[in-house]
Design a protein around this ligand. Structure first.
Ligand SMILES: [Fe+2]
Ligand SMILES: [Fe+2]
Length: 332
């Protein structure tokens, strides 16, 4: 479409787009947008959706073994929220012109990325606490600024997601707090889980600013509002008093506040580990992907049944359902 346009018309559309961004207005699905902006959003939103979906696995692993009925109910609700997050985000990506089955295929073919944090194992119950506290905590730091992302459907999806994420973080904190008030063995289990999840959670903000080439463009487009390092700093600042309240130690002997530069000083992050996991060589990459593939194949009959049902209904019935949905929306 863009190629057949005259240079003048193209420049005019670009100027309108730039003005909307400069005025902090939202770009909506029907608005013209540069191809690179669209591609960046499709990549980012679909990766984000895949992360929510794959992210159900490390915790789903513990639903049957959660220590009480109450813990099972909470964990089940949390994992179900993550499925919902995946669905809002796939829907947001679809408004950019990519079909959901295309995104699913990219994921199960191993061609799409998702957050590398979900390629770590969850050997103990304390991992449920550490994931909620650290992984959902990092997700909140990353995602709160995304509520103001320039692309309307993405920003609006993030508002609801963030509300649920803050519940997730608190339930994780509460699991750790309960363990820390328990026996010596329980305290050790909580500390061990924090030791294993702390560094990977810091990596969730992505590489350092000087090695993050796409960040500047995303910030200019107001998709991203803060740099990776700034978000990481904010996250550490949030963790320090919470770790103290829990009575756990953050596994970094160098960690301290630098009064003069108003920044947290930390040990070097092991970026080779990050690159390895990203390249598919983390402890659980192959397992997570295979599990997702199996779930997709096991669900084939549901998709076939839904398609057959839709086919069987008369056009009149179908339009009645549509009208019903419309009047529901008006009534709401
Ligand atoms: Fe989520
Ligand atoms: Fe979450």
């Amino acid at each position: 479409m863009t190629e057949t346009m005259t240079p003048d018309a193209q420049a005019e559309l670009q100027a309108e787009f730039d003005a909307l961004i400069a005025a902090d207005q939202r770009i909506e699905p029907r608005d013209w947008m540069p191809d690179a902006y669209r591609r960046t959003l499709i990549r980012q939103i679909s990766q984000h959706a895949h992360s929510e979906i794959i992210g159900m696995q490390p915790e789903g692993n513990w639903i049957t073994r959660a220590p009480s009925l109450k813990r099972k109910a909470i964990l089940m609700a949390k994992v179900q929220d993550e499925a919902g997050h995946g669905l809002y985000l796939y829907a947001a990506a679809q408004t950019l012109g990519i079909a959901r089955d295309v995104m699913t295929q990219q994921l199960i073919d191993g061609k799409a990325r998702y957050s590398s944090i979900f390629n770590y194992p969850t050997p103990t119950w304390a991992d449920m606490g550490a994931i909620g506290w650290l992984v959902d905590g990092a997700a909140i730091c990353n995602q709160v600024p995304l509520c103001r992302a320039s692309y309307g459907p993405y920003g609006r999806a993030m508002v609801r997601i963030c509300k649920e994420e803050s519940f997730h973080q608190r339930q994780g904190f509460e699991i750790l707090l309960t363990l820390m008030q328990g026996s010596e063995a329980q305290r050790e289990m909580a500390q061990d889980a924090v030791n294993r999840w702390y560094w990977p959670s810091l990596m969730m903000f992505g590489p350092p600013d000087d090695e993050s080439p796409n960040s500047a463009q995303s910030m200019a487009w107001k998709i991203k509002r803060f740099s990776n390092d700034d978000l990481r700093q904010r996250f550490i600042g949030m963790l320090v008093p919470q770790a103290e309240a829990l009575g756990v130690t953050l596994p970094d002997p160098e960690l301290r506040w630098d009064e003069e530069n108003e920044r947290w000083i930390t040990s070097e992050i092991d970026w080779t580990e990050f690159q390895e996991v990203l390249a598919g060589r983390g402890p659980m990459n192959a397992y997570r992907l295979q599990h997702r593939r199996d779930a997709h194949e096991d669900g084939a009959w549901v998709r076939e049944a839904a398609a057959a049902y839709a086919e069987k209904r008369s056009p009149r019935e179908r339009s009645e359902t549509k009208r019903g949905a419309e009047s529901d929306r008006e009534a709401a």
